[in-house]
Design a protein around this ligand. Structure first.
Ligand SMILES: [Zn+2]
Length: 273
């Protein structure tokens, strides 16, 4: 599932190709998108100019004229990219937006969990999911992170995955950050010492920054806007490394369930609380 670094990579790849373009045609090929597309979707989209492409949490946003915004949630297998207009779209392409330079933006999604919705001015901020998103981890300093942790119940891993606590982190980057900080995923959030909070804050920022620089992590379907695989999966320390020796201590990486999710950790580097 694309997390912050993957969606950021897609946004950065699409931005120079989309900004300044005008939408000249709309084809909805996936009927499951219809209830989420807004009223008169085609009518509203045609003629609109693309002003910006950016990310908030795991949501990719295409900003159009008059503060209209098209928001994509890629979920499990969603993918966005450009193809020459007139070419036959690939399998599982559910939406095509033709542009004025003979290219088309496609939204492909094998598992169909991804969504796409058009928001008029002010509507995106009024969407409860969007309004409830926590801060961006790369824009949050250590003091804010510590303040947000104060009095929080539950396991630290569950909290990192909670999009209302912090936006954009999923299973991969939660596990890799906790490993770097030497913190067990099941540690109660309110038991983190100030030293551990500082280490975790730094680990989250470092892991996300390195993953963006690597073009994200490609485990199954994720591809950049140019159709390339990311490279960060090659540096995973614990995620997907069950039963393999830890690079740091040669202990064996294990998995446990925390907050309903499989969590990979090294029992020596991340001692059980
Ligand atoms: Zn270890």
């Amino acid at each position: 599932m694309p997390e912050l670094p993957e969606v950021e990579t897609i946004a950065r790849g699409l931005r120079p190709l989309l900004v300044g373009r005008t939408i000249t045609g709309v084809s909805i090929l996936g009927p499951h998108l219809i209830p989420k597309r807004g009223k008169n979707f085609e009518e509203q989209m045609i003629g609109k100019r693309i002003l910006d492409v950016y990310r908030r949490g795991k949501i990719l946003i295409v900003e159009l004229d008059n503060m209209n915004r098209l928001a994509f949630h890629l979920r499990m297998t969603g993918r966005l990219g450009l193809m020459p207009s007139g070419e036959k779209p690939g399998q599982h392409v559910h939406l095509l937006l033709a542009l004025d330079d003979q290219t088309s933006l496609f939204f492909q999604d094998q598992r169909k969990f991804g969504t796409c919705a058009l928001f008029a001015a002010g509507e995106l901020e009024a969407w409860p999911f969007y309004a409830g998103l926590g801060p961006e981890p790369l824009a949050m300093d250590k003091e804010e992170f510590a303040a947000r942790l104060k009095g929080k119940r539950g396991r630290i891993k569950g909290l990192l995955l909670d999009q209302r606590f912090i936006a954009g982190i999923g299973n991969i980057y939660a596990d890799e950050s906790l490993f770097r900080a030497g913190i067990h995923p099941a540690l109660a959030a309110d038991r983190l010492t100030p030293g551990q909070i500082g280490k975790l804050h730094a680990a989250v920022q470092d892991v996300l920054t390195e993953a963006i620089a690597a073009g994200g992590s490609s485990i199954r379907d994720y591809r950049t806007a140019a159709g390339l695989a990311g490279a960060f999966q090659e540096t995973f320390q614990v995620y997907g490394c069950k039963s393999l020796p830890c690079h740091r201590c040669k202990g064996i990486v294990q998995t446990t369930r925390v907050a309903g999710r499989t969590s990979s950790f090294c029992p020596r580097c991340q001692p059980r609380p």
